[in-house]
Ligand binder design. Sequence first.
Ligand SMILES: *[C@@H]1O[C@H](CO)[C@@H](O)[C@H](O)[C@H]1NC(C)=O
Ligand SMILES: *[C@@H]1O[C@H](CO)[C@@H](O)[C@H](O)[C@H]1NC(C)=O
Ligand SMILES: *[C@@H]1O[C@H](CO)[C@@H](O)[C@H](O)[C@H]1NC(C)=O
Length: 830
Amino acid sequence: MRILSLWSLLAAATLTSASRHLPRRNYSTHDYYAIHVSSPASPAELAAHLGLTYDGPLTALDDHHLFKAPKHDNDIVDDAVQELKKRRRKREVAFEPHILDSVRFTQKQKVKPRHWKRNRLPEIQRVDAQDSDAVKSQEAVARALSIKDPIFGEQWHLFSTKYPGNDLNVTGVWLDGITGKGVTACIVDDGLDMDSEDLKDNFFAEGSYDFNDQVDLPKPRLSDDRHGTRCAGEVAAGKNNACGVGVAYDSKISGVRILSGDITDADEALAINYALGKNDIYSCSWGPPDDGKTMQAPGILIEQAMIKAIQEGRDGKGSIYVFAAGNGASSDDNCNFDGYTNSIYSITVGAIDQTNAHPYYSEACSAQLVVTYSSGSGDAIHTTDVGQNKCTGTHGGTSAAGPLGVGTFALVLQARPDLSWRDVQWLTVMTAVPFDQPSDWTKTSIGKMFSHQFGYGKLDAYAIVEAAKTWELVKPQAWFYSPWMHVKKPIPEGEQGLASVFEVTEEMLKRANFERVEHITLTMNVEHQRRGDLSVELISPDGMSSHLATARRDDDAAIGYVDWTFMSVAHWGEKGIGKWTVILKDTKPNGKTGNFTDWRLRLWGECIDPKIQKLRPMPTEHDDDDHDVISSHPAHTTTISLPAGTPAPSTAPTDVPNRPVRPSNAKTNSPSSSPTTAFETPVSASPSPSQAAEAEKENFLPSPFPTFGVSKRTQIWIYGALALILLFCVSLAIYLFLARRRRMRASRDNYEFEMLDDGDEEGGAGTRMLNGRRRARRGGELYDAFAGESDEELLSESEDEMPYRDEGEFNEKSGAGGASEAGSSGSEMR
Ligand SMILES: *[C@@H]1O[C@H](CO)[C@@H](O)[C@H](O)[C@H]1NC(C)=O
Ligand SMILES: *[C@@H]1O[C@H](CO)[C@@H](O)[C@H](O)[C@H]1NC(C)=O
Ligand SMILES: *[C@@H]1O[C@H](CO)[C@@H](O)[C@H](O)[C@H]1NC(C)=O
């Protein structure tokens, strides 16, 4: 009898999931609850107990289900759970298992504020002058591939005839027969016109759904539902007689509609990994408002849904997420204030225009991996539009850049279906092309140039597909978490900063099975009366600086950062061993002040031994609730106020990203009042216009110094930046050396230096160690195949001079990696 009922339950569950979709939701009549139900209780039993209606499984996540109740002010589920807890505390009920114990997580669903689409209406002033040789080669390519699409000639992002070379460099990939066959990209957006002549042959209905109207086909229904269709055209417009072609014109394209109506976190979770077994890439050209004052991350259900896709999508290789970087640059916005673009699971794609210039809208941040073409300097992206046979030449913003990345990754996956989500990120880092445009280009430990404005450079479809063909797969992902670093100090206003250091030892990483860094994340808490005043910088052991946060003029929020996680890809390939320094500044001396509470560093990267590496446990809402748990042997932090007059890192050239420099050769739309001139001061070495013109192809420095294949002007930038970094490192070294001497003399209660681990001397038994002096490493050794163009090693030389090797004791236990960080499921429930 028991078995029978279990069996029927199982059958019912299978049936519900087979029916594919949950019953229609109506947010004006009902409340919805997403609940993680653990066995042995069944959702039906739980619904009966709570007086809810069971709607079905929330397929985006394991063991999560959706329930509903008529609209009510209270949170019925949480109230019941809290009530049980209270009665147990008061011993009013016996401690025996209760059905509510099966509630692992519950969240009453709220209608979300709408995401912003990341398109920008471009100013169009088309130049007619074309390069006649380029026109001939473009025609030859079209003939060779029998491309007859009427606007193919206008699709400069595929083949530029006005600025030869300023395109995706994709036609060679097509000529090799790689056109996206067998790969499916899903456009998560405001719909997709599956009836368009240009899209209908590639449209993939099984991967599609409309979460706004809750019907199967994501047909654009509102008058401004054009965005998704335009993005879809960029990826997979067919080779036919309509409009142009997509980057991956033989790939399949599906659409999930979420931007045109009310949705909740549960809906978005369902959308973000919809048809997980069938969609390979999710294209997201939207996000929280790019208004320079929003700081918003995906809710826990959405984050978990993305992680499920990363772990299970593409047969365990991981779904590919592509997010548009955001269009708020002219309002000081930064993609690190957006929890979607700064997720380690998404590839953040920013924009450059047809002259390779930075368009006024494209946001910079340390989480940005790459850029590609979009609107600016008089033209925009030409693609399919809503309608049976309609085209547009005005698709723009970072919205239009993201899908070009998606199309490129579709080509990569056709060439190598076995690549993991991290291999795709690696390939992007290794093959992106830095270009001649002033920015804070900095050479990383593995010899790649990184800029907060342009990531690792622009996508080159040919280069990435060629590299993919012979790419050796990376080992599984490992991670290392530092303990919470308790700073708890007021932040001085102005150029002074508050620095806090955590040293990662070789032993810590070995225990975490951690070989080398890919992403780093830094979670922090800061109390502040004006959030927009704050800036955060992270300096790695190799001396690379990430601008995690930059000041935002419109961000008046009277809170600081609450468990906010920043991300950086600028440390890609570093070993991670040594001192990581966070520098927090209150950049505006305006009387609004605050305190640096705490921070925690996480390194994510490749493991040492794949056999023992586990998958990351699902994060929960309460992962960061252990702030004030002082582990028995607290880690050793030093917090210092940088005295005024010390060359604080803000004066180093790495401060550029929030001050994009207006490129000289571009007609940008940026207002002349934009803060672009600020950084021009340190570059007093800039040549006069006439010198610059004649010296364009020369070496800036004598021949042993490489030119990076860029103009003299950019060389000056690069060398100027490197020289300033060197200067900064040396100054910091001197400063730290003096500080250390002073500290050794000073008593421990000196207010400038806080020693948080007085008890350490006795406690660290078994885990104590002294670090040897770190050897300077050549990043290039790791990746000879991709080693950069030069052997510039200013950074690694200068770092060696730092008197870093004193404080050596750390608690290994708190630096959890692999196994030791496994989530304890009991704490998940509030
Ligand atoms: C929700 O229910 C109300 C009342 O029955 C109805 O007027 C409304 O159209 C429904 N909305 C949706 C989206 O079904
Ligand atoms: C573009 O692709 C071609 C092959 O079609 C390749 O030879 C070239 O190196 C690539 N890159 C550039 C910048 O042209
Ligand atoms: C910073 O800490 C001080 C001392 O604890 C406190 O008085 C002040 O209110 C804090 N500032 C903020 C913005 O929370």
